[in-house]
Design a protein around this ligand. Sequence first.
Ligand code: OGA
Ligand code: MN
Length: 223
Amino acid sequence: MTAELANAFIDEHTVDDTLFERIARDLEQQGYSIQPGALPAPLVATLMEHQRNIDAAQFFNAGTGRGLDYAQNELVRTDEICWITGTSAAGQQWLDWASRLQVYLNRRLFLGLFSFESHFAHYAPGDFYRKHYDAFKGEANRQLSIVVYLNPGWSVGDGGELVLYRNDQDPEGIKVTPLLGSIVTFLSEDFPHEVLPAKRDRYSIAGWFRVNTSVAERVDPPR
Ligand code: OGA
Ligand code: MN
């Protein structure tokens, strides 16, 4: 490695670690973290361009549940999703970044995060995702949720906010504008949340870090 390359490598990772530390501290103190515009700019640009170029055929209506439980439930959510498998360079760059976050949080908070699954999501005007939990206490192994936004220039009247409720009794929650590069993380079992209908196309990535719940006879698939 040349000195120049080594410096570029160190810089990139120092930047990441500063951000990862802010996220870790928030998670430790309040169980969630909102970091406006914090995703590194080159990664944001790559993801935004990639998402806009994904063939519409690769998106499918998001149902809730998995496997045999999978049901398209238009009362709950109406967005379209495309799983990120790492077959594209952009997808792989995202997975690499998420993996560095995973390693950092495991070291810092002993979360035991074991695997990661994520998808692009497209909400057309009027689409929504009603109040839900990403995981249920005791049964699920989704531990930490992450959402990043890929919308340049979002304004107040555009709607489409994520509303993160601190608990079931929280009447108003925290509204997050889905603005380019913003990162939201929260403990999956602890924060009900919803996506309000937007007036324009809304692009994001949603992901979940999971703990390993495999037992001898039942291997738990990554998704
Ligand atoms: C989800 C979700 C939030 C958002 O996909 O489970 O809650 O702001 N997404 O897109
Ligand atoms: Mn969710």
